[in-house]
Design a binder for this molecule. Structure first.
Ligand SMILES: Cc1cc2nc3c(=O)[nH]c(=O)nc-3n(C[C@H](O)[C@H](O)[C@H](O)COP(=O)(O)O)c2cc1C
Length: 167
């Protein structure tokens, strides 16, 4: 049994969630590889695939949607596909918030078993000029809203589902 974990990330925060998913699967005895979406040439050697993306302006990043588009048939024939988005930043009200605009299509294209949204991270000094202007306009403060306990728990449900499916 082998699981592919891939995540599209502009500034690294979502990629780190992908690595945390790999580590939790590994702790539960499931072999998992992390690849960036651009590095994925095929998914057919994997039993299951976890695909994530940072959310920008309400959408997944293009490398993640390109991956789904290019491998949709093969993804649907895996034993399981799980999707995650990472974006909401800010307290007490997460902002921006909500599911990415295209998530229903992505779930349908992959026959994903689940889609979850995890908080994201803002580090102003890593952002480009235009990004900083948007963050300023939205009055979003620097902060890391990734909930590692929730991320590990979610990866645990993936492991449990794969074990239950008898792979
Ligand atoms: C310019 C900009 C636009 C963003 N737009 C959204 C958005 O529409 N929805 C959302 O939930 N998060 C949004 N975010 C928050 C990011 O998704 C969050 O910072 C995420 O952790 C970034 O991940 P990355 O470091 O992997 O690129 C935005 C962040 C920036 C800088």
């Amino acid at each position: 049994m082998r699981v592919l974990v891939t995540a599209a990330s502009k500034h690294g925060a979502t990629e780190e969630i992908g690595h945390a998913v790999v580590e939790e699967l590994d702790r539960r005895g499931i072999v998992a590889d992390f690849l960036t979406p651009e590095a994925v040439k095929s998914v057919t050697e994997y039993d299951a695939v976890v695909i994530g993306s940072a959310v920008y302006a309400g959408h997944w990043l293009k490398p993640a949607t390109d991956l789904v588009e290019a491998h949709a048939d093969d993804l649907r024939s895996r034993r399981g596909v799980w999707l995650f988005s990472s974006g909401p930043v800010g307290e007490p009200e997460p902002k921006p918030e909500g599911d990415p605009a295209d998530i229903d299509e992505l779930v349908a294209a992959t026959s994903a078993k689940d889609h979850v949204v995890f908080g994201g991270r803002i580090k102003r000094d890593e952002l480009g000029f235009a990004e900083r202007a948007i963050v300023r306009a939205l009055r979003v403060a620097d902060g890391d809203h990734r909930d590692w306990v929730a991320i590990d728990a979610w990866a645990g449900t993936i492991a449990a589902s794969l074990v239950a499916s008898g792979v």
